[in-house]
Every structure is written in C-alpha cells, then in structure tokens.
Design a protein around this ligand. Structure first.
Ligand code: SAM
Length: 358
C-alpha cells in the first residue's frame, strides 16, 4: 500500500532553494524546515492521512508538502503567497501523480468554502471530515489567521463549512503557551479564552530555533486546534470577543476595573458591579484567574444588559492592544462618538433596566 505513495527521489529542500536560486525573504518572515524526520513528525501529528484531503498553508519550498504526499494524502491543497515557489511546487505535482492543488494567494483572504467535493462535508456534530489543515506560517500571519479561523469556527464558515476540521499550526513559543494556558496560569490571556471557547487546543511539541534556516530568534510551538461540537459560551462571537478582550485590558487589574470599560464612564462602575453581581464573581478577582464558566456568566450578564439597552452594544472606550494578539478585537467605534457635542453622554441606561440575575 505504502508503495503507491512513494515519491520518486527528489532534490532536498536545500537543493530546491539552490536550484531555483531562492533566498529566504525577510519581508515574508521565511524560515524553512530542512530535516525530513522533523517534517514527517509534524505531518504524523495529523494521524493517518491516507486517503484524506490536506490543506497546507505557506508550503514554501515544499518540505511539509512532500511529507504529506509521502504519507498517502489523497490530495494536498497548498496556498502560497510567494510566487517564487510555484515552479518547484509544480515540479513536485508532476512527480506525485498530480495530487497537488496549487493556489497563489494570501491565506488571510482565502475562502475555502467550495474547494472540496460536497461529499467531504460532515455534519458539525457528526464525525470529523477527512480534511486536515497544517501550516508553518510566519508568526505575524499565524495569530491573525487563528483569530479569523476561530471566528469562522463559531459560524461554521470557510473551511469549517466542511465540519470540524482540525488544524495544526506553528506559533512563537510564547503565543503557543498563551493559546493553551489554563486559568491561574500567568500567561492566560484573551487568546487563551477565545481559542479554548471554540476548540480543544494542545501544545504538541516545541521546535527548536536551530531546526529552521535561517534560524529565527525564538523557539517555535506546534499547536493542534480541534473545533468543539459546542462552545462553552454559545453567544455570538463578536459579543464573546468584546467581553473577553475588554476583561483582559490590563490583565493585572481587578476585573471590576476592566468590565466597567464595557460601559460609558459615568455608569461604568455601577454597571460593571451589576454585571459581576449577576455573574457571581468577586470584583477583586484578576482576569487570568477566571474559569470558562465564569466567562460564560459574564458574557450572559453583558448580553442581558444589552437586551435592555441595545445602544451599549456599539459602545467602546479607546483601548490599546497587545501587538502579539492583533486583530483579536477591532473596536467598532470610539468613545468620542458616544458623547454629544455638549459633553453629555448619549447612552443612559433605560428606566426599565432590569439587572436582576434571574
Ligand atoms: N512550509 C515551509 C517550511 O516549513 O519550511 C515554509 C515556512 S515559511 C516560515 C512560511 C511560508 O509561508 C513562506 O513560504 C511564505 O512565503 C508563506 N506565506 C507568508 N505569508 C503568507 C500568507 N499570508 N499566505 C500564504 N502564504 C504565506
């Protein structure tokens, strides 16, 4: 059986780079993995891929791609931004029985909704489809991509229109740690809560910086992300994202100070306290100590207040963002837009604001 998938002897990744005269682009943060044993170990983390469809994001010179094809994938769809790799990928395609589907493009703007036959689709609560995603992307792409894909998981869009497709992606070690950090871990952040709300996230193994050419300054974490059938917090992604992102504004602050920022200044303390009361959370708790269940209650408390006062939904204070978690939450409007020219705040809680817990 394995012989069917044997790929004829090919030049090494190193030879490919030399043959096609390709130098790693700093602009695209290119760091290539050369060691075939490491490449095979990464691909094996997808389990048995014989007969499965695989998407690889950022194949570059094709080290991971070759291992995918060698391990018997039925097809491998690659999305690569740098056209210098097209010739070597097309050469690989000819040697592997045309199982490669090559796309030149930016994965951040690539919709995979109709890439595969309809019979690949599985019900969200059914089996995992015969489809996997793997990628060793630059860090400045992998984190925003993860957030986009988490939003897509929440709405079963893009590749997740095929079902609960598992992902395997590389991140800077510290970011990988944040993705999997449990409550009370000092690295617990909005990325932890947002990712863990929608997926089971595991740190598979660390890839030492010496495994890459050229060598990056940082260690790399290889992380698996398996979408959950049902998230802990079932409210819409934008609301969950807003509450979690706001709670982690200054994550060493007490939680009362951060949730108050969900509301216009004059009523922030009052409504922040009400929200915490409804969620039965001590106002002096620190955000990184909160468990998923507590975030669930916080989101529901905020949703309850919004139902009585829908105008708060567009309210946001001027907030600063951790560049490592870029795109986690883009504010829809600044506080200034909520203040009338005479300085009085437009938003007032309605007279019938019902802030009881039940
Ligand atoms: N997969 C190869 C490996 O492991 O050796 C290459 C890894 S290199 C870190 C990242 C690759 O992603 C490069 O080939 C780069 O051109 C590509 N890339 C960077 N940004 C991208 C984007 N937005 N969309 C698609 N590919 C991208």
């Amino acid at each position: 059986m394995a012989a069917v998938y044997r790929i004829p002897a090919l030049p090494t990744v190193n030879d490919i780079l030399r043959m096609y005269n390709i130098r790693a682009s700093k602009k695209l943060s290119q760091n290539f993995i050369m060691d075939p044993r490491l490449l095979n170990r990464m691909v094996k983390k997808m389990g048995n891929i014989e007969g499965k469809h695989i998407v690889e994001v950022g194949p570059g010179p094709g080290g991971i791609t070759r291992s995918i094809l060698g391990q018997g994938a039925m097809s491998c769809t690659v999305i690569e931004k740098d056209k210098r790799f097209l010739d070597s990928l097309e050469h690989l395609n000819r040697t592997c029985g045309h199982r490669l589907d090559i796309h030149l493009g930016d994965v951040l703007h690539f919709n995979m909704e109709n890439l595969f036959p309809d019979n690949v689709r599985k019900a969200w609560d059914g089996d995992v489809p015969d489809l996997r995603v793997i990628g060793n992307l630059p860090f400045n792409v992998s984190t925003p991509l993860l957030i986009k894909w988490i939003a897509a998981i929440s709405e079963q869009r893009n590749i997740f229109s095929y079902g609960r497709v598992p992902l395997l992606l590389t991140f800077q070690h510290e970011v990988a740690h944040r993705i999997i950090a449990p409550p009370t871990d000092p690295e617990r952040s909005r990325l932890s809560v947002i990712c863990q709300n929608y997926a089971r996230c595991e740190y598979e193994f660390m890839i030492p910086s010496g495994a890459f050419v050229p060598e990056p300054q940082v260690q790399v974490g290889f992380v698996s992300i398996k979408p959950l059938v049902e998230p802990y917090i079932t409210l819409p992604f934008p609301l969950v994202n807003k509450v979690v992102s706001t709670v982690f504004q200054g994550k060493k602050k007490i939680v009362l100070n951060s949730v108050s920022q969900l509301f216009p200044r004059k009523m922030g303390n009052l409504l922040g306290n009400r929200m915490l009361d409804m969620a039965q959370i001590n106002p002096k708790q620190r955000p990184f100590n909160l468990r998923m269940e507590e975030f669930n209650k916080l989101c529901h408390a905020y949703n309850h207040i919004l139902q009585k006062n829908p105008s708060f939904s567009s309210y946001v204070r001027n907030v600063s963002f951790d560049p490592n978690e870029d795109l986690v939450y883009s504010p829809p409007a600044t506080e200034e837009k909520m203040i009338e020219s005479n300085g009085s705040e437009k938003q007032k809680p309605s007279a019938d604001l019902d802030l009881k817990t039940n």
